[in-house]
Design a protein around this ligand. Structure first.
Ligand code: COI
Length: 363
């Protein structure tokens, strides 16, 4: 292809993407992650290096059935959000931290790291192009899903030599519908074991949790509360989110280890709580002690947090025999609410951003 022809075809691709974006319409109710935006960013890793980042249509493409990601699960992802409310933004929240965590996931799964600038350019470009489609109502956002897959074909269990990086987007509402969620204390299955992949966003961690979420729903709960894999004593995560409990006015969250994801919302919650002069502790939370603290009402709040769900209060924990430990939430000044207001205020550009977490998307 000569230079002029390749410039012409780039122009055609650009025009077709612009047409897809301007014809794109989101339908209400939005749901979470159900409506996929028509453009994405893409880069290919081959011969030991990343090729150029391209913007392309987000649509079905040919994949060989022997692609290694299908067989051995070399597959990682991130979840992040762009916000646009009251005419402000679009803003990304702690995008640099997502880029770093993506590469931590890549390292654990023996996949190549991607330059942070490339990751950030991908998500920024996607948000910029979709800026008119970032939903603006309460709790809504453009949910971004960067991912990487092993694309080499072959059945030998060895690291792939080629990878695909994609950054796609989904205009979305909140992950949980408003209200409090209940959870089954999972005393049989484990989400992740010490030394495994639980501390990174490997796709298989999430696949392995689905059986328990079905069991929880069948028993009348909405989610799963995960305990440590070895002794089934200490709380690790709440579904795909981090867990917090407020006991005797102290905010507790499980200390990070090789099976707990270092949540970006988790670290933001800790920072905000500290700025409210709340005593915070990262420590083991024994499930039996937590149940006693709920029963004696020393535990006044428990909540889950993550990018998708933001902060969601938990109404009750329970066993598979139907025994439930309910929280009363009867006091007025609920910490989860104050933290969420501050966090969402920073994300949407309604409040000062003392930690420089927010970045305006311009291109
Ligand atoms: C997120 O919070 O973004 C996640 O990755 C969790 C996923 C289950 C939606």
């Amino acid at each position: 292809m000569n230079k002029l022809t390749s410039q012409l075809s780039l122009l055609e691709i650009e025009e077709s993407l612009e047409a897809k974006i301007s014809n794109y319409q989101v339908s209400k109710p939005l749901g979470f992650g159900t409506q996929i935006a028509p453009v994405m960013a893409k880069a290919v890793y081959e011969d030991g290096k990343w090729g150029p980042l391209e913007m392309t249509a987000c649509e079905a493409f040919d994949i060989h059935p022997a692609m290694k990601a299908f067989h051995y699960g070399q597959q990682i992802f991130e979840g992040m959000k762009a916000y646009r409310a009251k005419g402000k933004g679009p803003f990304l929240f702690r995008a640099d931290q997502h880029a770093k965590r993506f590469n931590m996931s890549a390292e654990r799964m023996a996949m190549p790291s991607i330059p942070e600038d490339t990751f950030l350019e991908a998500v920024t470009n996607v948000v910029y192009r979709l800026k008119e489609h970032v939903p603006q109502e309460d709790g809504e956002s453009l949910y971004l899903r960067p991912l990487m897959l092993a694309t080499e074909t072959g059945l030998h269990l060895s690291p792939s030599t080629s990878y695909l990086f994609l950054a796609m987007a989904s205009p979305s509402a909140t992950y949980f519908s408003p209200g409090k969620v209940s959870a089954l204390i999972e005393r049989t299955d484990a989400r992740a074991a010490p030394g495994g992949t639980g501390a990174v966003k490997a796709a298989g961690n999430y696949g392995g949790s689905i059986r328990s979420s079905i069991k929880a729903k069948d028993l009348g709960y909405q989610q799963t509360l995960w305990l440590d894999a070895v002794n089934k004593k200490n709380i690790e995560e709440f579904s795909g989110m981090n867990f917090f409990a407020c006991i005797n006015n102290k905010l507790l969250t499980p200390e990070l280890n090789s099976s707990i994801l270092p949540g970006i919302t988790r670290s933001s919650v800790l920072k905000i709580a500290e700025s409210f002069d709340v005593e915070c502790k990262e420590q083991d939370i024994n499930i039996d002690e937590l149940v006693e603290a709920i029963k004696s009402e020393q535990c006044t709040e428990i909540f889950a947090c993550g990018t998708a769900a933001v902060i969601s209060p938990i109404s009750s924990l329970g066993e598979k025999d139907g025994t439930k430990y309910e929280l009363s939430y009867k006091h007025e000044d609920l910490l989860w609410k104050r933290i969420r207001e501050e966090l969402v205020g920073i994300q949407l550009g309604d409040r000062d951003d003392p930690y420089s977490w927010r970045s305006l998307v311009s291109f």
